[in-house]
Design a protein around this ligand. Structure first.
Ligand SMILES: [Zn+2]
Length: 371
């Protein structure tokens, strides 16, 4: 029922699509497949018969028009933690010419802050029209931390996942989806933007996220640049051949260093607990020490943090700037702890990520400690 309904809807929706392919989209990697488009179109149109408008429908060209794989505001509600490694040598390079990747990583990791946040059911979306080739559900969401853990999920590292086959030899794979949210069955047709699950932490996941990898003719590609991950032609920054539609390119082509959380506590938080449980509770009246903290991702070498805490009587309790980091940190907890009992009242906390004297991101808020 779902399949036939989807097919019908698709046919109606794309009534005038055939023959409207934009030549500007056939750049970069697309050139490789451009010649084949006509052939694919011909075969599918004639397979559906009649050569009328209905027959032209099914060929929504996915290349250059992929949508975002998530429905959340990047940089606010969800965050790019890692991109594919486009450097075939032992070095690493992400498609935006940074280091937000690791050796051999082949997809985009879009994360939530903590395991607790998967309760929000943040939708994972099909990047284009297609047919579900494989799916899996039923695997618990949890955080893995070491290699020993990995053996426990052998052959199921992807966790709950979906593989979709699209037109033009393209396929997309989505991993670590939340247990119980993968509803589309194998063989079902899905439309671009249709929800196929929610961001989770199933399989081998060290943080809650969806891992999205894209293949063209079975070979891994980096979708933001449109370049192959298999051929030895590492190139970053040139997004003119992107497989994504322009609005998605704009959303993904962004600064990925981000302050995820910050706050005032009466004990020192730690990263594993932040990933599992989220922010620690606000300090209590009488709590000691006084801890001003922040949690950030993709912190580059040379970056510094400034943490400033002003107490209820306008006293500056903390105003500290770290030294510049020597090494990049994928995840970092920065804090200043003072042996000082917290009293009730309004505390103003400002945190800032700096590159030299340039502000990368700053946040500030009021924290009210009750009597
Ligand atoms: Zn990944």
């Amino acid at each position: 029922m779902l399949s036939s309904l989807s097919l019908l809807t698709k046919a109606k929706r794309s009534e005038s699509r055939c023959g409207m392919r934009k030549s500007s989209e056939t750049v970069g990697l697309l050139k490789k497949t451009a010649a084949r488009f006509g052939w694919v179109g011909l075969v599918i149109c004639s397979a559906l018969g009649s050569g009328d408008t209905l027959s032209r429908q099914a060929i929504a060209d996915p290349l250059g028009s992929l949508g975002l794989p998530v429905s959340c505001v990047l940089g606010t509600e969800c965050f790019v933690q890692q991109m594919p490694d486009i450097d075939p040598t032992p070095g690493v390079l992400d498609p935006l010419c940074g280091l937000a990747t690791y050796q051999g990583h082949d997809g985009w990791d879009i994360r939530l802050r903590s395991l607790r946040d998967i309760v929000q059911d943040v939708p994972v979306l099909a990047v284009a029209d297609g047919r579900v080739a494989r799916m899996r559900d039923g695997i618990d969401d949890q955080i893995y931390t070491d290699a020993e853990d990995k053996t426990r999920v052998a052959d199921k590292e992807c966790g709950n996942g979906v593989m979709i086959e699209h037109a033009s030899g393209l396929s997309s794979q989505y991993c670590h989806l939340k247990n119980g949210t993968v509803l589309a069955k194998s063989g079902a047709h899905v439309q671009k933007g249709q929800r196929i699950g929610a961001i989770g932490s199933s399989g081998y996941a060290e943080f809650p996220h969806v891992h999205v990898s894209i293949r063209l003719d079975g070979k891994l590609v980096e979708p933001l640049t449109g370049k192959s991950l298999v051929d030895v032609n590492a190139a970053c920054g040139d997004l003119s051949g992107s497989l994504f539609e322009p609005s998605a390119v704009r959303a993904l082509d962004r600064q990925n260093a981000a302050i995820l959380e910050y706050g005032l506590a009466d004990f020192v938080p730690n990263l594993p607990d932040l990933v599992r449980k989220g922010a620690p509770p606000l300090a209590k009246n009488g709590g000691n020490p006084t801890v001003a903290w922040l949690w950030a991702i993709n912190v580059e070498a040379g970056y510094r943090f400034r943490i400033k805490l002003v107490g209820p009587d306008e006293t500056i309790l903390v105003d500290h700037t770290t030294t510049a980091f020597e090494k990049r940190k994928a995840n970092y907890l920065s804090y200043v702890a003072r042996k000082l009992a917290i009293s009730s009242g309004r505390y103003s906390l400002s945190v800032e990520m700096l590159n030299a004297d340039k502000s990368i991101q700053s946040k500030n808020g009021l924290f009210i400690v009750l009597e």
